[in-house]
Design a protein. Structure first.
Ligand code: ASP
Length: 324
């Protein structure tokens, strides 16, 4: 009798609060994680690691959708227009905050069109060149850039990408004008560098670190204030001849604007669980980075960081000697 009453009561509550019932059921089907750069690049590597661990936490499959193009802005536009039902998530890097200053017009608003979920990781970049590029040190790289000008090619992941911004700041500070070569992402760019088709690049150590250690490419400096444990031989660029130079890449996880709050909360918990996962931590450490602290893997932390970064980079890019 009591059981029948309890069953009827639960049924009536579910009918009264369909939103609550739906949120409890989430995720009922696979979730798509949009990555705005091609497979094999640094954002993709972090995204796949995260997707797998978050999928375990959510007990649902997370399927990666690579949407490269225009420095990450094509994928960001796709994510902004996706249904806000929790079945599309979006991992981006710092170019989410710098694109507004590097594009006259964007098809989306990086702040207003997204629900922040949390910060993921801060990844140093390294300035690198193909293995047989005739510069053995940062000073020699500078000499090459000054002497050979536009004969030197510098790869980037498209206008507004982190590699593009890093190269702009680097060449602007040195007052040199190499030839920029745009790719959809730095995964394909590093493949070309391994094949000797492109000379120089700035890219996350998740991509460049293993290649530098295997001596398949040359590393000159890291873009953080201090040395990076995974690449102890590389000085910070700021010490190698570019005072004050600092431009690391941070990753943030978002959902389209309007995604229900209970879903955001559930995904945030899954993100935090993924970042606590020992395998994820170890894999990130092997790649030269570490997850953010749990307090930063939250919507509030990402919201505040994104806003501050949009403001910071708008001013830096405006003042940069090579500002477009
Ligand atoms: N490293 C990239 C950038 O320059 C993108 C990528 O992950 O391929 O923004």
């Amino acid at each position: 009798m009591l059981d029948t009453l309890r069953g009827a009561l639960i049924g009536a509550l579910a009918l009264l609060a369909p939103g609550v019932a739906a949120a409890q059921e989430y995720p009922a089907r696979p979730i798509t994680l949009i990555i705005p750069f091609p497979a094999g690049g640094p954002t993709d590597v972090v995204g796949r690691l995260l997707g797998q661990a978050m999928g375990t936490a959510l007990r649902q499959q997370i399927v990666i959708e690579s949407v490269g193009g225009a420095g990450g802005t094509v994928g960001a536009g796709r994510a902004a227009r996706a249904a806000p039902d929790g079945y599309t998530l979006f991992l981006h890097n710092s170019s989410h905050a710098t694109a507004p200053a590097l594009y006259d017009k964007l098809a989306y608003d990086p702040i207003a069109d997204f629900e922040p979920i949390g910060l993921v990781a801060d990844v140093p970049q390294a300035v690198v060149a193909r293995a047989n590029f005739p510069a053995k040190s940062f000073a020699e790289l500078v000499a090459q850039l000054k002497t050979n000008g536009d004969k030197i090619t510098v790869a980037n992941a498209g206008r507004g990408s982190a590699s593009h911004l890093c190269a702009l700041l680097l060449t602007g500070a040195l007052n040199v004008k190499p030839t920029a070569v745009a790719y959809q992402g730095t995964g394909p760019a590093i493949n070309d560098m391994l094949g000797g088709q492109v000379d120089v690049m700035c890219d996350q150590v998740t991509n460049t670190g293993p290649q530098i250690r295997a001596e398949r490419i040359q590393g000159y400096c890291v873009t953080t204030k201090t040395r990076v444990a995974a690449l102890p031989n590389l000085p910070p660029c700021a010490e190698a001849g570019l005072p004050g130079f600092e431009v690391s890449v941070w990753h943030g996880l978002y959902a389209p604007k309007g995604t229900p709050k209970p879903v955001i909360e559930q995904v945030t918990r899954a993100l935090q669980a993924a970042l606590r996962d020992e395998t994820v931590k170890q894999r990130l450490a092997d790649l030269g980075t570490e997850p953010v602290k749990q307090d930063d893997a939250t919507p509030d932390a990402l919201r505040a960081h994104l806003k501050a970064q949009v403001e910071k980079w708008a001013a830096v890019i405006k003042a940069a000697p090579a500002a477009p």
